[in-house]
Structures are given as C-alpha cells and as structure tokens.
Design a protein around this ligand. Structure first.
Ligand code: NAD
Length: 486
C-alpha cells in the first residue's frame, strides 16, 4: 500500500486538529493490513490537551444544565445523521460486522448523549433541617474539573461516549484517550464538535498508546478524576499511578460471566439468547457469557441444542449481512484466544465446534484476517485457567451442576464479578439466586437489556464504582454539604 493512502489521524486539542510527529500502525482486522496511522502522543500532547480543557472549564461549567443539554442533543443528532459512515468505519477499524456497528455501537453512541442530556436535568440534591440548633443543611454538586477518560477497543465509540456524555453534561471538560487499536470513530466525532456547538477545549481527544498517552493522562496533576474501562491488569497500573494524587477513580473491568440454566428454564429462549450472549461482537464484550452451568437433568439436551445453534452463528467478512461475527481485534488477541482452546484440549476437554473444527469461509482478500468461529467446549475443570481467566473471544464452556447451592458456588468461584444470567421460571429461585451472586449485574431470562438510569459496574476484580444515570452524575461531580445557622 502506498504511504499516502493511509488514513492519518490527528489529535483534537482546543477545538483544532493538531498533527502529531509520530504514529502507530492501526490494522484492518478483516485483512490484517495496516490502513491507518494513529498519533503516538505522549506527555507533551496530553499536557496541551489538559491546558485547553482547563481553560474551557470556567465557561462550560457556568452554563446551565439545559444549555449543556442542547449541545449534547445536537451532537446526538449529528452522529445519527452520519450513522452509516460511522458504522462502516467502526467495522473496518474494529473487525466487528457492519450490522452490529449499525444496530448497536453507533445508535447507542448517539443515545448516550441523548440520555445524559435528559438525565442531567432531573437530579436533585439533599436538604435536612436541625431545628434544635437552628440549622438548615443542604448539599450542592459541582463539576470536578478536567476529567481523564480512557476507553478500550471492543465497543470503541459506544464506551467512549458513555464517558464523555455524563462528564460534559455535568459541566466538566474532558481529555479522552481511546484505544490505540480503534481510534477512528472518535476522530470522526471530533469533526462534528464545532457544528454541535461544543466550545473549544470542552472535549479534547488525544490518541496513542496506553503506556505513553494513557500514562501521561493518569499521572497528570491537573486531572483530578479518571474514568477507565479496560482490563483488570491495566486498572492496577492506573490505581498505583494515580494514588499519589488521590484521584477519583471509576474502573470498569473484565468479566468471566456465568449463565446458570435451571431445569425449569424456557430452553429455546435460553439457547437463542445464550448463543448471542456468548458470541456477540466476536465474544469481545465484557458482559459476554463464558461459563454456562446447566442443571444436570437437562445437561445433555442443552449441550446438543446449544452446539447446533452455535454452529449456525456464522463468522466471516464483516460487510456480509449473513455473518453474525467478523474478525477479532488483532493477531496477538486471536493467538491468545486460540491458546485457551489449545489449553482446554491439552487438559482433556472436548471442543464441539469452532476452532480447529469448522473454519470461516473467507474470500482471498480476507485470508490473513483475524477470524475465529464460535467455539463451544465441555469437560473443563472449574479450576482450569480456561474457566478462571477472561478469554474475551468467541469461546464458551458448558458444564453441569446439581442444585441451587452448587450453581451459585460455581458462578461465584472466580475472581471476577461483572455480570451473570439466570434462566428459570421459578420467581422465588430467581430472587434467591440473584441475591447470592457476586456480580454487579444479574440478567434473568434475558441478556444485555440495559436501563441506563440504573447502576452499571462490577464487583471483585471486575471494577470499582458504578456508572449510569445517577451514579455517573455522582462520579463526575463533587458533593458539598452547606450548613446555615440562623
Ligand atoms: P486495556 O486495559 O489493554 O486497554 C484499555 C485502555 O487503557 C486503552 O485505551 C489502553 O491504551 C489504555 N491503557 C493501557 N495501559 C495503560 C496505562 N498503563 N495507563 C493508562 N492507560 C492505559 O484493555 P483492552 O484490551 O483495550 O480492552 C479489553 C478489556 O476491557 C477486557 O478486559 C474487557 O473485559 C474490558 N472491558 C470492560 C468493560 C466494562 O464495562 N466493565 C467494557 C468493555 C471492556
């Protein structure tokens, strides 16, 4: 490929596109070819963005929530107006199918702005009287200042806007760093800022590696708050790096999400949804199911039907609407995901479909793409790394259980605690099990139904803090108690 055919991204600082002298290669996962150059930003670029955000803060935070909401709504309109362009770009950059980007990523990105534009209008604060001392106490909430936002590659614009929208709705200004592997749609969104009426410096986007640009943002003394979505390992670095500054942290991390299928479940509905929850977006969603525990009396029937359904979950060229899955994000990630299947085999497990059995049917152009078919494994011990570590690919394991207590113990037997699904028609059982599960989210007889008003986040190694309507507002503001004596 000629050099000048690459898409070359620039940082967005103080309302302007600013070129960066060094770049990182970004690949089209469906072909394995470099097609884009992402700025390799460091301390200098991050500092320039933080200064621009600082300058913009007094003006932006002084606007009323209503005035800010108008800008957010306009941005949502503009993203929707360019939905198809964004969907095509997200698919090319990330490897996901165009259909998924068109129906999930981009509509939700626009909705994130719309939701927080509305939500910010409805918060109230507390007030309490202390008549015996003649005092009235009330709370006020103020934006924190410059928010540092760091997002991963799996749902690029979706997760980035999930942070930008509540941060600016609450009156903060932001410096955001998307994943170096999927930066294109964030850069495209910067082109809409001016038309949306976002004042210069309110949203700054600095592209680059986590170890350089991300580290500079987390270590910047004038960024008092970091909202991070990514892996548990990176969260550890961020916690340590930010500790000397006592930064406010929100950490949305990995998962090893169980599905508990009881004998009284609606099996057809359960299988249809659990195939989707295991393999959607190539299994590259933090909420994807990766351990399916099935009550022993229906285990054989479930496994047979589930494998048959998984075989129909087609993987191939992302632009083909017949395909449910596209390519994984990178060669390294594909190799990592494959290594888990190899490990399962070496431990005596059975691979029923997918890796090593049915291969995606690919045209010549895509032969070097990072494709892997939906893979179902059984016979893996709960103690295996395959059942303990986050794989984050199209791989799911099926295993039997006996009774409610064992189901809960198995579900909770990992260091993660993000999401679980429970399949049963028994309301009492559903309530009991949901209460005992150590996860931030429990979906019963469904998956990925999200009410953005309610808290989102994980327990244990899956995160610290919650995001959502009120939770994000609380995170992106500081509360102050004012006491007045008359
Ligand atoms: P990652 O931790 O490697 O990277 C996430 C972001 O952090 C990227 O922008 C990266 O550049 C940056 N980063 C890396 N090192 C950094 C450092 N030292 N300092 C500052 N920033 C740094 O994660 P990933 O591989 O991009 O994403 C996959 C992970 O994200 C999975 O574990 C997945 O479960 C998790 N995830 C969680 C949620 C959630 O809401 N809980 C949602 C999506 C993804």
């Amino acid at each position: 490929m000629e050099k000048n055919t690459f898409l070359i991204l620039e940082n967005f600082i103080g309302g302007k596109f600013v070129p960066c002298p060094a770049h990182i290669d970004s690949y089209d996962p469906s072909t394995g070819e470099v097609y884009c150059k992402v700025p390799d930003s460091g301390e200098e670029e991050v500092d320039a963005a933080v200064q621009a955000a600082k300058e913009a803060f007094p003006g932006w935070s002084a606007r009323s929530p209503d005035q800010r909401a108008q800008v957010l709504n306009k941005l949502a309109d503009l993203i929707e107006g360019h939905l198809e362009e964004f969907a095509q770009a997200e698919s090319r950059d990330q490897g996901k199918t165009v259909t998924f980007a068109r129906t999930v990523d981009i509509p939700r990105s626009a909705y994130n702005f719309r939701f927080f534009a509305s939500s910010v209008l409805h918060h109230t604060t507390d007030c309490h009287q202390m008549d015996h001392v003649g005092c009235l106490n009330y709370t006020v909430r103020c934006p924190v200042g410059v928010a540092g936002l760091i997002s991963p590659w799996n749902l690029p614009l979706y997760l980035l806007t999930w942070k930008i929208a509540p941060a600016i709705a609450a009156g903060n200004t932001v410096v955001a760093k998307p994943s170096e592997m999927s930066s294109v749609t964030a850069w495209m969104m910067c082109k809409l800022m001016q038309e949306a009426g976002v004042p210069s410096g309110v949203v700054n986007i600095v592209f680059g590696l986590g170890s350089r640009a991300g580290d500079a943002l987390v270590g910047h003394p004038e960024v008092p708050l970091i909202s991070f979505t990514g892996s548990t390992a990176t969260a550890r670095h961020i916690t340590e790096r930010s500790a000397p500054y006592c930064k406010k942290l929100s950490l949305e991390l990995g998962g090893k999400n169980p599905a508990l299928v009881f004998a009284d479940a609606d099996l057809d509905r359960c299988i249809e949804t659990t195939v989707r929850s295991s393999f959607s977006n190539q299994g590259e969603i933090c909420l994807c199911t990766s351990r399916i525990y099935v009550e022993r009396s229906i285990y054989a029937t479930f496994l047979e039907k589930f494998v048959a359904a998984a075989r129909k979950w087609k993987t191939g060229v992302p632009s083909d609407p017949c395909n449910k899955n596209g390519a994984l994000i990178s060669k390294e990630h594909l190799e990592k995901v494959r290594s888990f299947v190899a490990l399962a085999k070496s431990e005596g497990a059975t691979v029923h479909c997918g890796e090593g059995i049915n291969h995606p049917d690919l045209p010549k152009r895509n032969i070097n793409g990072y494709f892997m078919a939906a893979t179902v494994i059984s016979g893996v011990a709960d103690s295996s790394r395959v059942m303990q570590d986050e794989i984050f690919g199209p791989v799911t394991c099926v295993s039997p259980f006996d009774g409610e207590d064992e189901a809960v113990a198995k579900a909770n037997g990992v260091r993660y605690g993000l999401a679980a699904t429970v399949w049963s028609r028994d309301v009492g059982k559903v309530h009991r099990v949901a209460r005992r599960l150590q996860t931030g989210l429990v979906w019963t007889n469904c998956w990925l139904v999200r009410d953005l008003n309610l808290p989102f986040g994980g327990m244990k190694n899956s995160g610290v803090g919650r995001e959502g309507g009120r939770d994000s507002y609380h995170f992106f503001t500081e509360v102050k108690t004012v006491t007045i004596q008359h």
